[in-house]
Design a protein around this ligand. Structure first.
Ligand code: GLY
Length: 299
């Protein structure tokens, strides 16, 4: 059994290592005798529930001050599911898993994603947290700096009603006792975000990917991660090379194309790989044989 979780590309010192370590512990328990996807869902739920992290509770608001969340999951048999721009849900990762397991589709968005969650009995939930106001204000200043006329409409409408968080997307990759692999990623998006914007996290092969050779979860600049299909490349490279070598190849592309991103990966052989370009990546991991999970900050 192997578990790696991340707390998003961070620009500053990371203060939520306890949440990452707890996510590892919870996933270890959840995966006993069960599939890798159980570990991914339970770990990501712990991170979504932590208001210091930009996913679930504590997600960044968009420029209208509303929270729109996205999440994706994938297994090594290519089954996958995701939700994008979903609102008023506690754990988008669980709805993403339900899309994978209970529909013929891969991605549900906006109102349709909310209706689906409602029909399945997910309770309405307000994901705002006390912490986000400062960072949201900073994002509005950045939007002003854009000096594009279209932003003026959103800035005029923006209300100071939401919270502060400093950190990024969250994610997990796992390998179960039978060797099955899974990946999952969940996010509130980026700081200067138009309503309706969707990033890489729920998109197969971009922020989240699993195949018979490996599982990958990404964080960072969603548009660039999507443009270059980062998670799929890294996942497929694990057929030939170790998890760390596949991540290193991905980071070479990130350096060349100037993509701000972080990545965690597990190969079918149980190797772990990680990397970050342009920030620090807080993560925790546990492998069979380790006494307890360990935290590390990759830069
Ligand atoms: N990487 C998260 C996002 O761009 O939405």
């Amino acid at each position: 059994m192997v578990i790696v979780v991340h707390g998003g590309l961070a620009e500053e010192e990371f203060l939520a290592s306890d949440a990452l370590l707890r996510a590892c512990e919870v996933a270890t328990e959840a995966m006993k005798g069960k599939e890798a996807i159980e570990g991914v869902e339970s770990a990501v739920k712990v991170l979504e529930d932590d208001p210091r992290l930009n996913a679930g509770t504590g997600s960044f608001p968009n420029l209208l001050g509303e929270i729109e969340m996205s999440a994706g999951v994938m297994k090594d048999d290519y089954s996958c599911g995701g939700v994008a721009a979903i609102k008023n849900i506690k754990n988008p990762i669980s709805v993403a898993r339900a899309v994978m397991e209970q529909t013929r589709h891969i991605l549900l968005v906006g109102e349709g994603a909310n209706l689906f969650a409602h029909l399945l009995g997910f309770e309405p939930y307000d994901p705002r947290a006390e912490l986000t106001i400062k960072t949201w204000k900073e994002s509005l200043h950045k939007a002003e700096e854009e000096k594009r006329p279209i932003y003026r409409y959103y800035l005029e409408k923006a209300q100071e009603k939401l919270q502060e968080t400093h950190w990024g997307t969250v994610g997990a990759v796992t390998k179960d006792e039978k060797g099955g692999l899974a990946a999952g990623t969940s996010t509130g998006g980026v700081k200067v975000q138009l309503p309706g914007r969707v990033g890489d996290s729920p998109i197969v092969g971009c922020g989240t990917f699993a195949c018979p050779w490996g599982a990958v979860s990404m964080t960072g600049e969603g548009e660039e991660i999507m443009r270059w299909g980062m998670a799929r490349r890294i996942g497929e490279w694990m057929e030939e090379v170790s998890a760390q070598e596949a991540v290193n190849r991905g980071m070479e592309i990130a350096l060349e194309k100037k993509i701000l991103c972080g990545v965690i990966a597990i190969s079918k052989r149980g190797e772990i790989g990680w990397g970050a370009n342009g920030g620090m990546l807080p993560l925790a991991y546990w492998k069979k044989g380790m006494e307890k999970p360990l935290f590390t900050l990759v830069d």
